[in-house]
Write a protein that binds this ligand. Structure first.
Ligand SMILES: [Zn+2]
Length: 150
């Protein structure tokens, strides 16, 4: 057997002594089964185009993208007023998109409310911390009173 790489005499199933390439055995590769004969060609007339079942005819519905939009959801979450407006505008044409925006608007409102409470707690805690440090007590308590009790 000859090495397919360099052509020198080599034993089959070993590494070629001349170039180091692996020389496969001389047994011929098992032939693949012959491909199945093609089915007889159907005349074109026997395969009329079939309208996909349940698919509305093209143009029956306006081509509206009704998938929830991540960008608009984020916008509604960050700016609840914008989310509310988008919801009102889109709820008829694209209900899925509007519902997603509405959901994220509510999430944004709730987290904004929670953040507001946390902010107020931190403000009060800060005022008390400054008071206990002996910093100008009157200023901070008056500031807090003006801020929270107006
Ligand atoms: Zn070789």
């Amino acid at each position: 057997m000859f090495c397919p790489n360099c052509g020198s005499q080599t034993e089959a199933g070993t590494i070629c002594a001349n170039c180091g390439a692996f020389v496969q055995g001389s047994e011929p590769q098992q032939a693949a089964p012959p491909p199945a004969p093609y089915p007889p060609q159907q005349p074109y007339q026997q395969q009329p185009y079939q309208q996909p079942y349940g698919q509305p005819a093209y143009g029956a519905q306006p081509n509206v993208d009704d998938q929830p939009s991540t960008i608009l959801n984020l916008l509604g979450c960050c700016i609840p007023m914008a989310g509310l407006i988008m919801y009102l505008i889109m709820k008829d044409q694209t209900p899925n998109k509007a519902k997603a925006i509405g959901k994220w608007t509510i999430i944004g409102l709730i987290s904004g409310f929670v953040l507001g409470i946390v902010y107020a707690i931190l403000m009060v805690a800060g005022v008390f911390a400054f008071s206990s440090l002996g910093l100008p007590n009157d200023f901070f308590s008056e500031f807090a009173a003006a801020f929270f009790l107006r």
